[in-house]
Design a protein around this ligand. Structure first.
Ligand SMILES: *Cc1c(COP(=O)(O)O)cnc(C)c1O
Length: 405
């Protein structure tokens, strides 16, 4: 299609670093070479619940099939929402089925929330570095983004308060704050309880909505999930998002949002415009995975698998990475966040890494200021154990060479 036909939005859509890496992998595969991908947040291929889903689908009685194959509710299937209410209760979130909407992954929840809350020029605060795809949704609806730093314990609340005060002095009020409080993407940090409570107080004081995105909380390597902000939320300040993508299967595209009933109904109206309702078969499978206790067993299993892969990646990094590299052991989630000395250019080195058969995500992709180039994000959930060892050794060699120049 000729460029002039595209809308402003259409023109603005360009392939990012992930697309570049996928292209490189495709190119390599065509030449019969392989690429070790330490990039996205894909599920461990060996652990996908193939048997469980097969079993559920085999058992579906004809009357249930008729429901599955029909249009469903724009809030999501009643069965699944009832299971999700129970599932959320287990992590301290008191919600009934009317306060839950099923979405096509959390990504759709972010899109629907942006549609119903954000006018052009509205102010959104995010911790930096942060998840790119969330920012993309907010920006799509014309939001202005302000950032506040992420430190070792997640969003720095003192810095946030200063920021809010500064903005208020300029006559600018924040409408929405986006946070991933547990095993944040990309840094892996966890906000302690005190910060979670203080954040809720600030939301009252400065009158904004908190969007709590929690795809990783279930993947904790030491003990249970850190208690979500939503579990402390008496005033209905927080909208809670979670998803099956990191704990059960990303391909099912099952996400959910929890909020006040009126807000959830508004989201459902926006969902009518987006896709009418979520996929019937996926929702049925998700409800059964929960009802049969399979989801819980999958979570236990994947936590063990990822913990072991994390340990393997950490060991390989100790062995092969240059001593200037800095990182912290993530206590959960899917990623390792690495800091290199100033002057190191993770963006420029990606092509060399791809040439040698390894892909990673340059850290600049998580900053609103893309000139920050001395970080990188490594994923350990998707690659095999052999690939982790080999990939880290190749990267270590490359980074050492780069630092010696
Ligand atoms: C992976 C991820 C999601 C999940 O997106 P889905 O649409 O549910 O697959 C949401 N938020 C963050 C921060 C993520 O890293």
């Amino acid at each position: 299609m000729e460029e002039r036909f595209y809308s402003r939005l259409g023109r603005s859509l360009k392939p990012g670093v992930i697309a570049r890496v996928v292209l490189a992998a495709f190119e390599k595969a065509r030449r019969g070479e392989k690429l070790i991908s330490l990039t996205g947040g894909s599920y461990d291929p060996e652990s996908l619940p193939v048997k469980e889903v097969e079993e559920i689908i085999r058992d579906i009685p004809p009357e249930d099939w008729r429901g599955i194959l029909q249009y469903g509710s724009n809030l999501g299937s009643g069965r699944l929402r009832a299971e999700l209410a129970k599932f959320s209760g287990e992590v301290g979130i008191e919600a009934n089925a009317e306060e839950i909407i099923v979405t096509t992954g959390s990504q759709q929840a972010l899109d629907l929330i942006s549609r119903i809350l954000l006018d052009p020029g509205d102010l959104v605060i995010v911790g930096e570095p942060t998840y790119l795809q969330a920012l993309a949704s907010f920006r799509l609806y014309g939001a202005e983004i302000e950032t506040t730093p992420i430190d070792e314990e997640g969003m720095n609340i003192d810095a946030l308060e200063e920021k809010l005060e500064g903005l208020r002095a300029e006559g600018r009020n924040v409408k929405l704050l986006y946070t991933v409080p547990s095993y944040q993407n990309p840094t892996g940090t966890v906000m302690p309880e005190s910060r979670r409570l203080r954040l809720l107080e600030l939301a009252e004081e400065y009158d904004f909505i908190i969007v709590e995105d929690n795809p990783y909380g279930y993947i904790s390597f030491e003990g249970s999930m850190p208690k979500p902000i939503k579990a402390y939320d008496k005033e209905g300040r927080a909208i809670y998002l979670s998803t099956f993508s990191k704990i059960v299967s990303p391909g099912l595209r099952i996400g959910w949002a929890i909020g006040r009933r009126g807000f959830i109904e508004k989201m459902a109206l926006a969902k009518m415009n987006a896709d009418i309702c979520s996929d019937g078969l996926s929702q049925y499978v998700a409800a059964e995975l929960l009802r049969r206790g399979m989801a819980h067993r999958l979570i236990d299993r994947i936590r063990r698998v990822y913990r072991e892969k994390r340990d393997l990646m950490l060991e390989s990094m100790e062995l092969h990475f240059p001593e200037e590299a800095e990182w912290r052991e993530p206590k959960g989630g899917l990623f390792l966040w690495v800091k290199m000395p100033t002057g190191f250019d993770a963006d420029a080195l990606l092509d060399d890494a791809l040439e040698r058969g390894v892909a990673y995500i340059p850290g600049s992709n998580f900053f609103t200021d893309p000139s920050v180039r001395n970080y990188l994000r490594l994923n350990y959930s998707y690659p095999s154990r052999e690939e982790i060892a080999e990939g880290i050794s190749i990267l270590g060699e490359l980074f050492k060479e780069a630092l010696r120049h």
